[in-house]
Design a protein around this ligand. Sequence first.
Ligand code: HEM
Length: 193
Amino acid sequence: MEGIFTSFTLSWVTFLLAKHPEIQQSVYEEIVNKLGKDRVPTADDVPKLPMIRAVLKETLRLFPVLPGNGRVTQEDLIVGGYLIPKGTQLALCHYATSYDEENFPMANEFQPERWLRKDHMDRVDNFGSIPFGYGIRSCIGKRIAELEIHLALIQLLQNFEIKISSKTKPVRAKTHGLLTPGDSINVKFANRK
Ligand code: HEM
């Protein structure tokens, strides 16, 4: 099951990078400068590559595999002037908040740079996008899923330029509970070597 989460996400990443060659180029240059063209990346390398992390966050903002989440309130809460009694079932559609212009200006655009910290003091957490949930019941696989995708993506980009091809068609997301690609994602991997 969780393999579907990471493979859908990685498919969307290739699709988005194929459609945004200038962003792909800047991610590739960061890899070449900080890591090199050939060195197999490890977990220790990921913090040196903020663009890779930003690309994943932005992809999960646009295509969160789990588009919604829910909680049962454990105590009476007042939120925005409304009393929500203990025991209420709350549904949260973070797919909707991810596309809200108030949370993310130009929300329909793929702009990984929006996740980059300007300096170490400036954290860009944004609760409009919580693809792994939050709190004590958040995704237990988050770290491993992120690491897997980061490492796979770095190696893909070291070896291939990801391009659109004549088979690349617009693909929208579809929801079956999970948010999945609504059609097959076709891109071309052009060997860099
Ligand atoms: C892109 C990859 C993934 C995404 C977007 C994702 C997302 C989520 C979300 C939204 C939740 C619910 C969190 C909440 O209610 O706050 C969740 C729960 C969970 N995920 Fe993931 N997940 C991913 C990959 C994985 C992987 C690789 C594993 C296992 C190795 C995993 C294991 C779990 C488990 C066990 C829970 C239930 C945690 C609990 O209820 O306490 N996930 N995930």
